[in-house]
Write a protein that binds this ligand. Structure first.
Ligand code: SAH
Length: 363
């Protein structure tokens, strides 16, 4: 096995990392070495995608969900969660706000609903958002597993990117995290449909899950490459107390720092391995540390998803505990993020789609 110093040298020489190398990177515990890793990933990021952060304003349009994932706060069995669905007008208003504020793109995210009423509602919504922004606002969807036909209709309506995390590429672990009717091969099939239809496809995993090993995470990175992902959205697993998985990590507070570092190492290793994809610095990082998202950018991420959901709904969309910014509004999130980003010497790609360079190169 190569040492960390040898791996850094190999990266500088343009070599491709082996799975053993990735394992060494993800296993680092020495602070100086971790810092060196983040700096190397930052260098690779700067060379491949620049020092520009792209915004995707996220609208969490509903917490109604047909699924029952053991880790997620909006799982259907969580009866303590009041359910909401935003009105069309409210979603359009948030989209308009994103457009007026020069956000290049928005993300429409929600719990998973597959009814015809819902899929048609989304289809109309996409068309209306295209219209209000003269086709200028990029539209990413994060609406779970759907049929190929639904994905096609949404694409034809004007969406062009789709985020569907594999959650874990280890099928056995996937089964431990979900009830029996949530099927790994179906999720894979969905990723395949999305790709074939021509979406820019994003996937990702939760990091630091109970039962997850470093080898699993190495395999996750290899999986991203294998399916030729254009975008990566991954973040730390954070306990939500009203979920079955919470019992597996009863003392979550004591491992927060471990989760944070492991997530940053995943971002860095993924940047070094995949180079030109878009990688999100997710909000979950900030739930572990007030400057978590800046840390993500400095470890190789280049996308931020500012919350533009109306404040009154935010508390009801808690996938995990301690989600930040619940009592803030879109303008507050914008100015807060601007400060955070300029504090690390980066700029915001206002008014640009900021598509994955990886996707563009394939075209
Ligand atoms: N229903 C859609 C999108 C909403 S969930 C879908 O399934 O794709 C978005 C992401 O939140 C999930 O993919 C999952 O990775 C993440 N998530 C859910 N619960 C979480 C938790 N407790 N900690 C960290 N991330 C979580």
């Amino acid at each position: 096995m190569n040492t960390f110093a040898e791996i850094l040298k190999s990266i500088d020489g343009g070599g491709t990392l082996t799975s053993d190398d990735l394992k060494v990177l993800l296993s680092l515990t020495n602070k100086t070495q971790m810092q060196d890793l983040f700096e190397k990933a930052y260098e690779i990021k700067t060379d491949n995608v620049g020092k520009v952060v792209y915004f995707r304003g996220i609208i969490e349009l509903s917490n109604i969900c047909e699924k029952d994932c053991y880790y997620c706060g909006i799982r259907k069995s969580n009866k303590s969660q009041e359910r909401y669905m935003m009105e069309e007008e409210e979603i359009l208003k948030a989209s308009e706000w994103a457009f007026q504020n020069n956000y290049g793109s928005i993300v429409l995210q929600s719990g998973e609903v597959t009814s015809r009423t819902f899929t048609s509602f989304i289809e109309k919504l996409i068309k209306k958002i295209r219209k209000l922004s003269d086709g200028k606002l990029g539209i990413t969807l994060s609406l779970g597993e759907q049929t190929k036909d639904t994905y096609r209709r949404w694409l034809q309506a004007g969406a062009h990117r789709y985020l569907l995390r594999i959650e874990s590429s280890n099928e056995k672990l996937y089964r431990k995290l979900h009830p029996g009717d949530h099927v790994y091969s179906v999720r894979l099939k969905c990723l395949e449909y999305l790709k074939k239809l021509g979406y820019q496809v994003g996937t990702g995993v939760m990091i630091g899950l109970p039962f997850q090993t470093i080898d699993d995470l190495v395999n996750d990175i290899l999986f991203f490459k294998k399916i030729d992902a254009d975008m990566i959205g991954m973040g730390p697993y954070v306990v939500h107390k009203e979920t079955p998985l919470a019992d597996s990590l009863p003392d979550f507070d004591s491992i927060k720092n471990y989760q944070l570092n492991l997530s940053l190492k995943m971002i860095a290793a993924t940047r070094i391995y995949l180079k030109d994809v878009n990688i999100a610095s997710t909000t979950a990082l900030q739930s572990l540390n007030p400057t978590g998202r800046e840390m993500g950018l400095l470890a190789g991420a280049n996308i931020i998803m500012p919350n533009i959901t109306e404040t009154k709904y935010r508390a009801s969309y808690q996938l995990y505990d301690n989600k930040p910014c619940l009592d803030e509004n879109s303008s507050m999130c914008r100015s807060c993020l601007e400060k955070r980003i300029s504090s690390i010497g980066e700029t915001i790609g206002y008014g640009e789609w900021g598509d994955s360079r990886h996707f563009k190169k394939k075209k």
